[in-house]
Write a protein that binds this ligand. Sequence first.
Ligand code: ISJ
Length: 426
Amino acid sequence: MTSAVDPASGARLAPGPGPLVSRTVRLDPGVASSLLTLLPTDGPLAWVRRGEGLVGWGRAAEVRTSGPGRFDEADAWWSELVGHAVVRDEVSVPGTGPVAFGSFAFADDPGSSVLVVPEVLVGRRGDDAWLTTVGRGSIASTDLATPEPPEAPTGVTFADGALDGEAWMSAVATAVRRIEAGEVDKVVLARDLLATADAPFDVRWTLGRLAGSYPTCWTFHVDGLLGATPEMLLRRERGLVTSRVLAGTIRRTGDDEHDLALAAALARSSKDLEEHEYAVRSVAEALEPHCSSVNVPDSPFVLHLPNVMHLATDVAGNVHDPRGVSSLRLAAALHPSAAVGGTPTPAAVRLISELEGMDRGRYAGPVGWTDADGDGEWGLALRSAEVHGDTVRLFAGCGIVAGSDPEAELAEAQAKFVPVRDALAP
Ligand SMILES: C=C(O[C@@H]1C=C(C(=O)O)C=C[C@H]1O)C(=O)O
């Protein structure tokens, strides 16, 4: 669809007179039993976990924002758009009515971020399934056609990104020295890898592989950024906000008995517990001003993924003013948590830009969706990659504290590349 661009704001809207019109109808859950297989090649949007979630395509509206005001501008644009929308919704659960998928940059500079409102969205949550169509003025009826199956990539090769392994280990060693000198307590350092194929990547292939291999993660794709993240920055459902904080990692060996012993060691490791504590505290402190109560469990549990295990804590709170504090505003308040930035945040973020030698883009930024009521889910874009035609830039990072060993951190980062790396294979 061609769209009118407002040069002042960079916002795009589908052409035509009248407000945005959104219609949500109930679907037979069987139709939405395999959400990712509904996606067409062009402009697929996805947020799925264990077969539930949202997929969309087409662009009814979009806004691109940047810089330190990227969240506020996007939130204001969305409130204005849905404030004037005509909404017919026969399902009325979080994720029905008009929805925007979004992906936000990690850093303030340049901070390029995006919100996209699909023309067609299919959602599934428990026994509810729905179809939402969004347009301007009037909306055409939609048949869910079966798209062509995705194409497997061919001829994929990998190369180092900004820093090779040696150079990245030396950045980690510098970070440890700067921690010992008292500049920061914790800093998360990431690196990138570049993959190239013979032909443009069909992201639907990679999404299908990620969702199949990592069903407990949130598999996402928004405007070229894809991945399967285990970390939920926040979910807001009416007044309740929850966050799954991860920090402290150990690689799996493939031998279940040995992995259980490693999980027990992880739960006792003072280095990992310290790293984890910084991340939990940063989330709890950022939620407190917006919540009447915040609940933080006394100790973390161990989250088992096929490639790694993490220390994990589920933080929960009650938002005092759900109308005033949207999920997007909460994401702005929580980002960057110490799980992806460090402690204290401003000094850690400066050290990241000094030592990593790259722009993270939208890696480790919030990715997810919001509905018109401000409910939504924003994960951290980890185990992720940015796709441009026949090239893919993969990212992975690790929390560095005083006890960190550069070689072990490099091995941890390699393990975190595995999900996307494997999902790019034919
Ligand atoms: C930074 C990443 O992961 C983060 C860092 C972790 C750690 O250092 O233990 C664990 C989970 C994430 O919060 C990444 O996957 O790229």
